[in-house]
Design a protein around this ligand. Structure first.
Ligand SMILES: Nc1ncnc2c1ncn2[C@@H]1O[C@H](COP(=O)(O)OP(=O)(O)OP(=O)(O)O)[C@@H](O)[C@H]1O
Ligand SMILES: [Mg+2]
Length: 499
């Protein structure tokens, strides 16, 4: 353009038109730049992953999309988009995307991707067809739903676990809402004969013997569960076939407070167990009674034998002794040998009288009958010291000292067994005995300073002495405790309640 040949007006017009064009261009440029920025800002600030795909390649990827794939932008732009998807999900995902692009599907589809570090993530996506740089392209919007999926999966697993636990429980488990059954496990069939489907929606009264009892147990449970989380009791129920049964029931309220009578109750059929328990209790009672009977028969027998020995043998021996004295007085003074023989016979008879006395005392300590338990214990302790050489100190603290004859015999026999054990096993030099009687109980303590005892020796089923002591105490609702003491020795404590 030759400007020198232009007139002044022509030059002014040219400058004006140039200015106009420049300003339009400037304006357009500014406008476009800000719109582009806006899209970029939108794409990058979005909490959704966005991408544009064209000719089988990513053309644009926002930061969120980059974040959950873990790949850098440059690498992702070169990658084939389907390679991000877990191989087994690829076909289904492509099919879903195509359906959505064709307008045959409207809801988002889900698939799994493999991130750069090999983790698997769940993605939810929508795809629409757009024009990008004047050509057809796909705009994808996606979300990372891995956590939601995981939570859902965990919940499903938990629910499955819960129901398998409930079904594995041998007790019937029933969920109640306002006394109606809204849940029951498989075991209801085994316990009550009802299929769980038959029970759901029905009143819980169905499994009780009658309406009154159903109301009564309801009242008991709801009253208790107001203040405590669980409550256990035994209550009669009814099987579907009409048979009565006894159940152990445990109810727990659902939640912190008892709302709308929402509770879970477990039922265990204890009819047979209860019967067996009663049977056992009865036979134990019979055994106990038999044992009491045998003990008293034995004591009576001993007393009878002791009496017989004392009366018959004792009297004959005394007569023999008197005859020997008579004989001794009449032996001629020159017959030294006959005198000596008679004297030795008299000594022998004396010793036999002493033996008979000891035997009868052992069979039935007459002291027990004559003076009572405290004196008999004192006498037995002194006698034990004399015979065994083990020092034996007895301390008696009895208020009345008058006990039932059979009880006194039982305690005395236990005492004799402890002393025999000390003499046989303890290797003791000292033994302390206390007999204490209070309003409530009678307590016999026998402590030695010997080698001590092991728990096995106390509990062994072969320790018949120990078993006998416990049995005798048990007959009087008492007990025997045998323990080691420090520094060494054993203590045996017999406690008999006196009320
Ligand atoms: N005072 C004690 N000191 C140390 N060991 C003891 C004492 N008393 C009992 N024992 C131990 O406990 C065991 C069980 O005692 P238990 O009286 O039941 O049986 P036993 O005396 O051996 O036989 P039995 O009494 O039937 O004739 C004894 O064998 C002994 O080892
Ligand atoms: Mg013994």
């Amino acid at each position: 353009m030759n400007l020198e040949k232009k007139t002044k007006k022509e030059l002014i017009d040219l400058v004006t038109s140039l200015q106009k064009r420049l300003s339009v261009q400037e304006h357009t440029k500014l406008h476009v730049t800000s719109e582009k920025d806006l899209y970029k800002i939108l794409a990058y600030s979005s909490q959704v992953g966005c991408y544009i795909m064209q000719d089988g390649q990513f053309q644009f990827i926002n930061s969120h999309f980059l974040d959950y794939t873990g790949y850098p932008e440059k690498k992702l732009l070169k990658m084939s988009p389907p390679s991000l998807i877990l191989p087994e999900d690829r076909r289904r995902t492509a099919k879903n995307a195509i359906m959505m692009l064709k307008g045959q599907r409207f809801s988002p589809y889900e698939f799994r991707i493999v991130t750069k570090d090999g983790r698997i993530k769940w993605i939810m996506e929508t795809a629409i067809s757009i024009t990008f740089k004047e050509r057809r392209a796909i705009l994808g919007n996606s979300m990372d739903i891995t956590e939601r999926k995981e939570a859902g999966r965990r919940l499903e697993e938990l629910e499955a676990l819960e129901s398998s636990i409930l079904d594995a429980i041998p007790q019937a488990v029933v969920g109640l809402h306002e006394r109606r059954i809204n849940f029951a496990n498989h075991a209801v069939k085994m316990i009550f004969g009802w299929h769980r489907e038959e029970l759901i929606g029905k009143s819980i009264r169905l499994i009780y013997r009658n309406e009154e009892e159903a109301d009564k147990i309801g009242e008991i449970f709801y009253k208790k569960l107001e203040h405590q989380r669980t409550y256990e009791t035994e209550f009669p129920c009814r099987h579907k076939d009409g048979r009565e049964m006894l159940c152990r029931m445990k109810a727990s309220r659902i939640g912190e407070k008892l709302r709308e009578k929402r509770v879970v109750v477990t039922y265990e059929d204890i009819t047979q167990e209860k019967k067996a328990q009663e049977e056992l209790e009865r036979s134990r009672e019979e055994l106990r009674n038999l044992s009491i009977h045998l003990q008293s028969v034995r004591e009576e027998e001993c007393a009878r034998v002791a009496r017989k020995i004392h009366d018959e043998l004792g009297q004959s021996l005394t007569a023999l002794q008197m005859d020997l004295s008579w004989l001794l007085n009449r032996v001629p003074s020159g017959s030294k040998a006959i005198r000596e023989k008679t004297q030795s016979m008299s000594g022998l008879v004396d010793a036999t009288i002493e033996s008979v006395h000891n035997i009868t005392t052992e069979l039935r300590p007459s002291l027990l009958d004559d003076l009572g338990l405290p004196a008999a214990i004192e006498w037995q302790a002194a006698d034990f010291q004399k015979r065994s050489g083990i020092r034996c100190q007895a301390k008696i603290q009895c208020v009345k000292g008058a006990f039932d004859k059979q009880l006194a015999t039982a305690v005395f026999r236990i005492f004799q067994e402890t002393l025999t054990n000390i003499a046989r096993h303890a290797k003791a030099t000292l033994c302390k005995v206390t007999l204490t009687e209070t309003e409530k109980e009678l307590c016999l303590d026998v402590t030695d300073n010997g080698i001590g005892i092991t728990q096995w020796q106390v509990d062994s089923p072969r320790s018949f002495g120990m078993i006998g002591m416990r049995e005798r105490a048990h007959l009087w609702c008492g007990n025997v405790q045998v323990q080691n003491i420090k520094p060494s020795g054993t203590t045996v404590r017999v406690l008999i309640p006196l009320q």
